[in-house]
Design a protein around this ligand. Structure first.
Ligand SMILES: [Zn+2]
Length: 165
């Protein structure tokens, strides 16, 4: 069968971005540890799913998503300053550190520390992949119908649908 909504897809991928004209490796999923997901329910980037539509097991793919089709352009207003006092007795964060934060509604998100002064910590709340073009290559390992449980839960239960949780 081919990839269509409510398929469970297992695939390998390699993700690169382009930074200053250089291809930079970001992450990958291998045949031994593939990415398995329920297709067509909004788990993945919409354009990523669009490019995979209709592929069958064994197919290879390669495509590029612009930043806009990926994690969006960087939002300059998403860079903010936190008072250093906020960290109390905790160890001061370092530049490049990723802080797990929580907003008033209890949503968790990650902020990357971009600068530290005597009084403030500057953090970037943009998604780490914002503003970057994404190059994906990989192979489709398997495509199957989702089970009733998977459809009810809205996610895949492993490559064979048997993974409990
Ligand atoms: Zn489940």
């Amino acid at each position: 069968m081919t990839i269509k909504p409510n398929s469970v897809v297992a695939l390998t991928y390699e993700l690169h971005t382009t930074e200053n004209g250089e291809k930079v490796f970001v992450e990958k999923a291998t045949e031994e540890n593939p990415l398995v997901f329920l297709y067509g329910v909004g788990m993945m980037l919409p354009k990523f799913e669009e490019y995979l539509n209709g592929l069958a097991a064994g197919a290879t793919y390669g495509f590029e998503l612009s930043a806009a089709d990926g994690y969006g352009e960087k939002d300059p207003s998403a860079v903010t300053e936190l008072p250093l006092d906020m960290f109390g007795d905790m160890e001061k964060p370092a530049v490049g550190a990723i802080l797990p934060l929580q907003d008033n509604q209890g949503h968790q998100f990650r902020a990357v520390v971009t600068a530290i002064s005597e009084t403030v910590v500057t953090v970037d709340l943009n998604h780490p992949m914002a503003g970057k073009d994404l190059h994906f290559t990989g192979t489709i390992i398997s495509v199957r119908e989702a089970t009733a449980d998977e459809l009810a839960h809205g996610h895949a239960h492993g490559i064979d649908g048997q993974a409990g949780h």
